[in-house]
Design a protein around this ligand. Structure first.
Ligand SMILES: Cc1ncc(COP(=O)(O)O)c(C=O)c1O
Length: 389
């Protein structure tokens, strides 16, 4: 594993969340990083995924998180905008950025190719392909991934109605890519929090048929993100099922040396972050806490999202954080802003005597939380600490 180029984890450290609560008695939300969980998540991919693992930084671009991902050995990044590419390169000059968004602002490809050496781009229509080829004249330096849309159903959040095209249209685009002198490749995204390993096999089969239909030998296959995390309410198959299913499906491609990529976001960073929140007010079975939908909890509000975060609850007693049983009574959880919509979509089961001043700790909160927070009403959680090694 390479040594990190720049690691900025100069943060307060605690042995446990209990110690953090007892010593700090925080009255604003606290983001708790668990470094060993970042290392374990990266290791899972670096050890068993049959290709390059790109971190999709959109899932959590916080500098400490990026540093932990990098320190865990990840050197490739799925970036989707000029600022993301600039940010990754300013932090890690030796990192490889891949521009995997199928829609780009005019000039984005030219700038990232010329200034940052980015050579991987994605298209799913003629307009974006024309734009890319007009911005980067030296087409043979480009690896252009045509994105196919995958069937819905295997994942909690589908990502194929906005981007991706049919195999027949992808085959046509692939021929155009090959004809331009660029290197043709295929990508897809089976959807986020994909609970079915078979979705990857199905998508690989679509990629195989697409390249056959085009009569084009592809130079790389990118399996996207979507690898899941265990949340209450979701049954996640063991990880080796994903990698075994993928390896088996790849054998049918007839290209044993084909370079393979994946772009996990959630799977690399969700488990490494907890959020410590405090109850500000209790009114019967309504609890108002100091974080909410406009802060770290946006993902819970997405239609179709049915998972929750693992929970722990604590009260302060004589300066100590005492663990409280959960699962006794349902509470509706409101965020601190004035908006009626600032409410968690499902009640949480907590201790029946929960009160103002108590703490609720949400685990596995790294994905699409920090990245989506706003400062609506002046609330912007941004206090970071480390728990563990
Ligand atoms: C192109 C692309 N790659 C990767 C990801 C990361 O997906 P996940 O967090 O489900 O692994 C996303 C998520 O939106 C995406 O759009």
């Amino acid at each position: 594993m390479n040594a990190p180029a720049k690691i900025d984890l100069n943060l307060p450290r605690f042995a446990s969340v209990e110690e953090l609560i007892a010593r700090e008695q925080p009255d604003t939300p606290v983001y708790v990083l668990h470094p060993e969980k970042y290392h374990a998540a990266a290791k899972r991919f670096l050890d068993a995924f049959p290709g390059d693992t790109l971190y999709a930084i959109k899932a959590n671009p916080a500098p400490h998180v990026l540093d932990l991902v990098y320190a865990s050995g990840i050197r490739h990044f799925d970036t989707a905008s000029v600022p993301e590419v600039e940010y990754v390169h300013s932090r890690f000059p030796d990192a490889h950025c891949h521009f995997m968004a199928p829609v780009r602002s005019p000039g984005a490809a030219k700038l990232t190719f010329e200034k940052h050496g980015v050579t991987d781009f994605v298209v799913d229509c003629d307009f974006e392909l024309d734009k890319l080829l007009s911005e980067v004249k030296d087409a043979k330096k480009l690896r252009i991934f045509v994105r196919i849309a995958t069937p819905l159903g295997g994942a909690m959040l589908e990502l194929s109605s906005k981007f991706g095209t049919t195999p027949a249209d992808a085959a046509r685009l692939l021929k155009r890519v090959a004809g331009s002198g660029a290197q043709p490749a295929i990508t897809f995204h089976v959807g986020s929090q994909c609970l079915s390993p078979f979705s990857y096999a199905q998508a690989i089969e679509m990629a195989r048929r697409t390249s056959l239909m085009a009569g084009v030998t592809i130079v790389a296959l990118d399996l996207g993100g979507g690898f899941p995390v265990t949340y209450p309410g979701n049954d996640v198959p063991p990880y080796h099922w994903y990698f075994d299913t993928i390896k088996e499906a790849l054998m049918t491609m007839g290209q044993p040396d084909l370079p393979i990529l994946c772009e996990p976001g959630r799977a690399l960073i969700a488990e490494g972050l907890s959020v410590v929140t405090q109850v500000i007010l209790r009114k019967g079975d309504k609890l108002y806490i100091n974080d909410g939908i406009y802060g770290s909890f946006d993902e819970l509000a997405i239609t179709g999202w049915t998972a929750d975060y693992p929970l722990r609850a604590f009260s302060l007693e004589k300066g100590k954080a005492v663990s409280r049983p959960i699962g006794q009574a349902p509470f509706r959880i409101y965020g601190p802003t004035c908006d009626t919509l600032d409410v968690l979509p499902r009640p949480l089961m907590l201790h029946e005597n929960v009160k103002a001043g108590d703490y609720i700790v949400f685990d596995a909160m790294g994905a699409y939380s920090v990245a989506l927070r706003t400062n609506f009403n002046g609330f912007y959680p941004d206090k970071w600490v480390i728990v563990g090694n």
